[in-house]
Write a protein that binds this ligand. Structure first.
Ligand code: NAP
Ligand code: GDD
Length: 320
C-alpha cells in the first residue's frame, strides 16, 4: 500500500523538490496551501507536478486547519517545510516570523498528537541556529547561538521537535540544513539574486547589482540533494537530528565570481556594495560537518557549488 505524505511549505523551493521525490517513490502527496492573493504554485508547475498534489487549505498559524489537514490526508509522514524563511524580513516582521516559523511547528506537532501520533514528523531546522558560530565546523553537538529573529524562531521549533520526541515518543526528526539553492530559489536570497542579475546583465536588461556583505561565507548545496536527506530521516528506525551540508564554505564574493564568469563576465565590473543590504547582526561564516548523516543514513551531496551556480545562471538565461 502506498504511503500518504503531508507537506507544509509545499509551494516553496524545497516543497517542490520534495513533492517530486515523494511522487517518484509512489506516495500520495498532500500539500498545505496557504491562501494568497496571487498564484503561488509556479515551482510545482516548473517541475511538472502541480496536478499530482492534493492541496488542502490551511495555515501554520491556525492549528484547526492543521488538525483538519492531518485528518483529511491520513498522513503517515509529515514534512514541516513552511516558514517565513527570509532572514532579512525577520527583523521587520519578528512576531509573524515567531508565529509561523516557531509556533507553527508546535501547531503541527500538536495536530499529529491529536490525530495520529504514529505519523512521522520532519522539522526543517537550519544552520542559521548556529549563528555566531561556537565551533569552526558545526555538527549536531555544536552549541546554538542564533543571530536573527528567524534563527530564534527556528531554534524554538527545533527544541520543540526534540521535546515532543522525548515527551511523547513521536518519530520526530530535525534536519539542520545548511543553505541550499536551485533554479527554484526565491529571488530575495543571495544566490538567486546574483544569478538572476547575471542573466539580466548579459541580456542588457540591467547595468549593476547591489549587494550587502559579500565577505559572508556559506556552505551551499543543491536543494534536490537536500530533500533526499529529509526523506531518508523519516525512513530510519529511530528519529534523530542530523546536520546536512557539503562541508565546503565559500564567500558571497567567490560565488559572484563563479556566476558572472559562467556568463563570460567579470563581477567586479557590476557589483556595487549597498549598506541597505547589510543586516543588523550577521552570520559571518557557516561550515557544516555532515559526517553523521553519511554514516547513519548514507546521505551525501552530489552537486558542487560551481555546478549549482552554472545550473542557476543557465535557468535564468533560459527564462529571459
Ligand atoms: P521557501 O521557498 O521560502 O518556502 C517557504 C514555504 O512556506 C512556502 O511554501 C510558503 O508559502 C510557506 N508558508 C509561509 N508562511 C506560511 C504560513 N503562515 N502557513 C503555511 N505555509 C506558509 O523556503 P525553502 O527554501 O523551500 O525552505 C524550506 C524550509 O526549510 C523552511 O522552513 C526554511 O526555513 C528551511 N530551511 C531552508 C534552508 C535553505 O537554505 N533553503 C536551509 C535551512 C532551513 P507561500 O509560497 O504561499 O508563501
Ligand atoms: N539576501 C541577500 N541579499 N543576502 C546578501 C546580500 C543581498 O543583497 N548581500 C550579501 N548577502 C549575504 C547575507 O548577509 C548573508 O550573509 C548571505 O549573503 C546569505 O544570505 P541569504 O541568501 O539571504 O541566506 P541566509 O544565509 O541569510 O539564509 C538562508 O539560509 C538559511 C540556512 O543557513 C535561508 O534560506 C534561511 O531560510 C536558511 O535557514
Amino acid at each position: 500500500m502506498s504511503k500518504n505524505a503531508l507537506v507544509t511549505g509545499v509551494t516553496g523551493q524545497d516543497g517542490a523538490y520534495l513533492v517530486k521525490l515523494l511522487l517518484e517513490k509512489g506516495y500520495n502527496v498532500y500539500g498545505l496551501l496557504a491562501r494568497r492573493g496571487s498564484d503561488s504554485t509556479w515551482r510545482l508547475r516548473e517541475l511538472g507536478v502541480e496536478g499530482e498534489v492534493t492541496m488542502i487549505d490551511g495555515d501554520l498559524t491556525d492549528v484547526t486547519s492543521l488538525i483538519r489537514a492531518m485528518a483529511v490526508s491520513r498522513a503517515d509522514e509529515v514534512y514541516n517545510l513552511g516558514a517565513q524563511s527570509f532572514v532579512g524580513t525577520s527583523w521587520t516582521q519578528p512576531v509573524l516570523t515567531a508565529q509561523v516559523s516557531g509556533v507553527g511547528a508546535i501547531n503541527v506537532l500538536e495536530s499529529i498528537r491529536i490525530v495520529n501520533d504514529k505519523a512521522r514528523f520532519y522539522q526543517a531546522s537550519t544552520s542559521e541556529m548556529f549563528g555566531l558560530i561556537q565551533a569552526d565546523r558545526q555538527d549536531e553537538s555544536t552549541p546554538f547561538y542564533p543571530r536573527s529573529p528567524y534563527g530564534v524562531a527556528k531554534l524554538m521549533a527545533h527544541w520543540a521537535t526534540v521535546n515532543y520526541r522525548e515527551s511523547f515518543n513521536l518519530h520526530a526528526s530535525s534536519g539542520i540544513l545548511f543553505n541550499h539553492e536551485s533554479p527554484l530559489r526565491g529571488p530575495e536570497f543571495v544566490t538567486r539574486k546574483v544569478t538572476q542579475a547575471v542573466a539580466r546583465i548579459k541580456k542588457g536588461l540591467q547595468k549593476e547589482l547591489r549587494l550587502g556583505n559579500i565577505d559572508a561565507k556559506r556552505d551551499w548545496g543543491f536543494a534536490g540533494d537536500y530533500v533526499r536527506a529529509m526523506w531518508m530521516m523519516l525512513q530510519a528506525d529511530k528519529p534523530d537530528d542530523y546536520v546536512i551540508a557539503t562541508g565546503v564554505t565559500t564567500t558571497v564574493r567567490q560565488m559572484c565570481e563563479l556566476a558572472f564568469r559562467h556568463a563570460g563576465l567579470n563581477y567586479e565590473d557590476y557589483v556595487k556594495i549597498d549598506p541597505a543590504f547589510f543586516r543588523p547582526a550577521e552570520v559571518d561564516v557557516l561550515l557544516g560537518n555532515p559526517a553523521k548523516a553519511k554514516a547513519a543514513l548514507g546521505w551525501e551531496p552530489s552537486t558542487s557549488l560551481e555546478e549549482l551556480i552554472s545550473m542557476m545562471v543557465d535557468a535564468d538565461l533560459r527564462r529571459l
